[in-house]
Write a protein of this length. Structure first.
Length: 617
């Protein structure tokens, strides 16, 4: 789906809307009968003294009130029900669309803007679906029916309010054109302000540590002021046009009363017109007053429709995005078993081969893992400010047999994390291929590939959930409670978890607030161990641990048989026991071998060893 299909949603709930429109039309027609009853009360009861008709006419007014109450309730309930269901589906489908997009998309957009799309923009559509749409239909039906009944009384005088409606409609169109662009700007600035606030709150401890509160307040104030100014511009447009519509409604009442009064008092001063009774004049004025609401609603509805129209445009920009990474994008040579539901991570052994792999950023947005970037960090996976295409990996080739351990060393920005992002197909290679068990990973179903590779990344993320929930992340139905306990023990997280009052059921704060860096790392290691995947990746995952705990975890990892392990590290101690170690420099493999072989070679690895241990071999 590359466009928000509002028609499809409306069609799905067409029955609700149809009944609501019928109820609305019935209620509107009851309103139109009321002035006729008033006319008969004046002409037949008060003037002609037909008192026997009074009870019948009063019963009619009471019946109109009761009927209108019923129809109004049914209309409101059905529209709210249909609108809420529609908005709920739009929101979940939009969120699903966002989740389906590749990492490239998230590199070029901030989280505050996406939050505004999912919440604020869908709310604007809900307003149209729940009540503004039916109000617009009511405005049309009420206007047409009111004009019809006024023309039945005196079509010449009815021309006056009809002309007023045309003028009000023209003004509403002009106002909508003015508001259209402004709502887009308001929404965009609102997204920017949300992003600044979200970013500040997420990093509030860093802000306080560097005494940046004043700077952050000033930055937020800048966006808040811009948001305020745009809203004032919206108000200026609204107050410029809406009072004109209100003035027209009042003038219509005065003009109709004056002209109608002349007809009643002096006979018929309008050529070709007919005589009006007092009751008809009063009924006519009631109808004119009944047109005030539709005319005044035009401005408010125009305001709402302009806002919703801008929201639909912004949502369509997201729907127009297509994921760069898709299942089987390179064409399939696999048999049906590989693409079927039975295929899972357990069908893979963990043989990994990088065959002349190169990776160049697209230039649309800077990518995680950029080597030698401007203002970005290849190891943290954060996007950079530059959108210039860059070569991150250049002709990288290596292989790891199932059950072996590969160590990856290299300076910051050398492309280590990019290797993992390519292995999990967060991005696709721009040259060469990556094979898992001899199969090009582009041929594998994405869920199976990503579930086959457990990662402990340097950018630790814990959800606001229980410790058990964070360990079972993504595998709640398959990972048992004993397996959670075993993983916590292996990662040495049980040492501090057992001291908590609720142990594994302890709810941790957003992003692991309340836990130390080492504690968070141990929980993420437990998360990876609990999955029992063919491939385990640790991206500088023991950097926040003390040397004793690091050695204990390394012993645990060494005892994991049948699991291919890739260890990215800056410490020699983390990779020295690996079956193979590769050293990256500026996106290329410059050294490859075992710990002893690389020390004997006397290259970059040897220099790193000397700098860390302070000795020369």
């Amino acid at each position: 789906m590359n466009k928000l299909n509002l028609t499809g949603y409306v069609r799905k709930y067409a029955l609700f809307y149809l009944i609501a429109v019928i109820c609305m039309a019935a209620g509107t027609m009851l309103d139109q009968v009321a002035p006729i009853i008033i006319q008969h009360i004046v002409d037949d009861v008060l003037v002609a003294h037909k008192m026997e008709m009074l009870n019948f006419l009063l019963l009619g007014i009471l019946s109109i009130g009761v009927g209108r109450c019923f129809f109004q309730y049914a209309k409101e309930f059905l529209c709210d029900l249909a609108g809420s269901k529609m908005a709920s589906e739009i929101r979940i489908n939009l969120f699903g669309k966002i989740q389906s997009l590749s990492a490239n998309f998230f590199d070029g957009i901030n989280s505050g803007e996406l939050m505004s799309r999912v919440k604020d923009d869908v709310d604007r559509i809900w307003e149209i679906a729940a009540f503004m749409g039916i109000l617009m239909a009511e405005v049309v039906i009420r206007t047409v029916s009111t004009l019809y009944f006024m023309m039945r009384i005196n079509w010449q005088i009815a021309i006056i309010p009809a002309a007023g409606m045309v003028i009000a409609g023209v003004i509403a169109i002009l106002m909508e054109r003015k508001l259209d662009g402004l709502y887009g700007a308001v929404a965009q600035e609102g997204s920017e302000m949300n992003n600044v606030a979200a970013e500040n709150l997420a990093g509030v401890r860093t802000v306080k540590a560097f005494a940046r509160e004043g700077f952050e307040v000033a930055k937020f104030h800048k966006h808040n002021q811009k948001f305020y100014e745009l809203n004032i511009d919206l108000s200026r447009v609204f107050v410029r046009y809406n009072p004109i519509i209100q003035m027209i409604t009042r003038l219509l009442a005065v003009a109709s009363l004056l002209l109608g009064g002349l007809v009643v008092m002096k006979g018929n001063p309008i050529p070709g017109g007919k005589q009006m009774s007092v009751g008809e004049l009063i009924a006519f004025i009631v109808y004119v007053n009944g047109m005030f609401w539709p005319m005044e609603m035009l401005g408010w509805l125009t305001n709402g429709f302009s806002s919703a129209k801008a929201s639909v445009k912004r949502l369509n920009k997201i729907y127009a995005e297509m994921p760069d990474i898709t299942d089987r994008s390179g064409g399939s040579t696999l048999d049906e078993e590989l693409s079927g539901a039975l295929f899972s991570q357990h069908d893979l052994n963990g043989d990994i081969e990088f065959d002349h792999v190169s990776y160049v950023t697209s230039g649309k947005a800077a990518q995680p893992g950029d080597a030698g970037n401007d203002g970005g960090d290849a190891e943290s996976g954060k996007p950079t400010a530059s959108a210039v295409p860059r070569k991150i990996l250049d002709d990288v080739s290596f292989s790891v047999k199932a059950g072996q351990t590969l160590g990856i060393m290299g300076a910051t920005g050398s492309g280590k994390t990019t290797i993992i992002n390519l292995l999990k197909r967060m991005y696709d290679v721009t040259g060469g291929s990556i094979r898992l068990d001899g199969i090009d990973i582009r041929e594998l179903p994405l869920p199976a590939l990503r579930r086959a590779v457990s990662c402990v990344m340097q950018d630790i993320f814990l959800f606001s959930d229980t410790i058990e929930g964070n360990v079972r992340l993504g595998e709640r139905e398959t990972i048992t409670v004993p397996e959670v306990r075993s993983a916590l023990t292996q990662s040495h997280a049980a040492e501090f978890v057992d001291k908590m009052e609720e142990k594994e059921q302890t709810v941790i704060g957003e992003r692991g607030v309340g836990l130390s860096g080492g504690q968070k790392q141990r929980i993420t290691i437990a998360r990876a161990l609990a999955r029992k995947t063919p491939v385990l990746v640790l991206d500088d995952s023991t950097s926040a641990l003390d040397s004793e705990t690091e050695q204990e975890i390394q012993q645990v990892l060494a005892g994991l048989s049948g699991m291919t392990k890739i260890i990215i590290a800056h410490r020699i101690s983390a990779v020295r026991k690996a079956d193979k170690i590769i050293v990256l420099d500026k996106g290329r493999i410059v050294e490859e071998g075992t710990h002893d072989e690389l020390l004997a070679r006397g290259g970059l690895y040897k220099e790193t060893y000397d700098s860390q241990y302070g000795v020369k071999i």
